[in-house]
Each structure stands twice: as structure tokens, then as C-alpha cells.
Design a protein around this ligand. Structure first.
Ligand SMILES: CC(C)(COP(=O)(O)OP(=O)(O)OC[C@H]1O[C@@H](n2cnc3c(N)ncnc32)[C@H](O)[C@@H]1OP(=O)(O)O)[C@@H](O)C(=O)NCCC(=O)NCCS
Length: 158
């Protein structure tokens, strides 16, 4: 089943409607998770999804990977909006969305039925204007100050 799912990634990328990337450990080199965008070109928007293997939780890996793919989505894919959903009870996932600068846009009550239980879902999103503004240093910080960011270098900064 996993192989069949992985086998669809290249086709999705070729069609321009899906980008699924492996998250690999920088030192150990093996797969520790995935991060992806389901792209809707008519609206220049994408839905973000991700997971990290349990032994690697709480080390900042999801935040790093999500920040990078958001940067890629705006800078390279020319998206205008990226959104994501998480079960309300999955607070760690919500925390990742907050840490990368996504805004909480609302709660979809009993939106999903999972194993017979109707579950609330939280909606987060970020639009291009916010992304660009977060990457523009405040005047007081321009000389060497730290920049708020989403994981990829700003195109004007090389
Ligand atoms: C959600 C998930 C991707 C997080 O991955 P991760 O690599 O552990 O995430 P990070 O380390 O970057 O950040 C996790 C944050 O959640 C916090 N956190 C962890 N467990 C938490 C909990 N039970 N309640 C509240 N916050 C929690 C961590 O403290 C950390 O925040 P901090 O940096 O402010 O301390 C991972 O748990 C996962 O794959 N879960 C299963 C699949 C899933 O839920 N995918 C997302 C679907 S929307």
C-alpha cells in the first residue's frame, strides 16, 4: 500500500497538482517523515500535509520541513495561499502550524467522522502577503538583525 502511494508522487508532480517530499535525517540519512502540498492551480492555493515518525517527535523536524515547503510553495510554485487542517485534539500539529507563522482561521465542528466519532478540525492558513511581510526585515533590524522566516532564503538575499 505504501509503495502504491509513493508510486503516485511522480505522476502528481508531473501533473502539477501534488508535491510530496521525503523528510530525511541530516546525519542518519534515512526517511523520517513526509511533507506535501496538494495544489489547486485555479486558485493558486495548496493544502499542506505532513507526518514525522514517532521516534523523531519534538525535535523541531516537522517545523523545519513545513517551513521549507511553505517557502518553496510561495517562492518557486508561485502560490498565493497555503492552508492546513488538523484534528482539534492534535495540539502538536497545531503548534507546528503556529510556529511556521500560519494563522488560525477557524474550527470546523464535527467535520470528520473517524472510527465512528465526529471530530472537530482546526483550519490554519497563510497568504502570500503575510509570507512576504514576515520575510521583510523591520527597519531597526536591517543591519544584521534576525529575520522572521519560513525556512528558505529570501530570493533577494541569495
Ligand atoms: C504533528 C507532528 C507532525 C509533529 O512533528 P514534530 O517533528 O514532533 O514537530 P516539532 O518538533 O516541529 O514541533 C512540535 C511542537 O508541538 C509541541 N507538542 C508536542 N506534543 C504536544 C502536546 N501533546 N500538546 C501540545 N503541544 C505539544 C512540542 O512541544 C513542539 O512545540 P514547541 O517547539 O513550542 O515546544 C507529529 O507529531 C506527527 O507526525 N504526528 C502524526 C501525524 C500528524 O498528526 N500529522 C499532521 C496532520 S495535520
Amino acid at each position: 500500500m505504501a509503495e502504491r502511494w509513493i508510486g503516485t508522487h511522480r505522476i502528481g508532480f508531473a501533473w502539477g497538482d501534488r508535491l510530496i517530499l521525503a523528510v530525511t535525517h541530516r546525519n542518519e540519512k534515512h526517511l523520517i517523515g513526509t511533507v506535501g502540498l496538494g495544489i489547486e492551480r485555479d486558485h493558486d492555493r495548496a493544502e499542506l500535509g505532513y507526518w514525522i515518525g514517532r521516534p523523531y517527535w519534538n525535535r523541531g523536524y516537522a517545523t523545519e520541513a513545513v517551513g521549507a515547503i511553505i517557502g518553496y510553495g510561495f517562492q518557486e510554485l508561485g502560490l498565493n495561499r497555503i492552508h492546513a487542517l488538523h484534528f482539534s485534539r492534535n495540539t502538536a500539529s497545531g503548534r507546528v502550524m503556529q510556529k511556521v507563522g500560519m494563522a488560525h482561521e477557524g474550527r470546523l465542528r464535527q467535520h470528520v467522522r473517524k472510527w465512528g466519532v465526529y471530530e472537530d478540525v482546526e483550519v490554519y492558513g497563510v497568504v502570500r502577503e503575510e509570507y512576504d511581510a514576515a520575510r521583510t526585515p523591520a527597519p531597526a533590524l536591517q543591519n544584521g538583525g534576525e529575520e522572521a522566516g519560513y525556512g528558505l532564503p529570501h530570493p533577494d538575499k541569495g
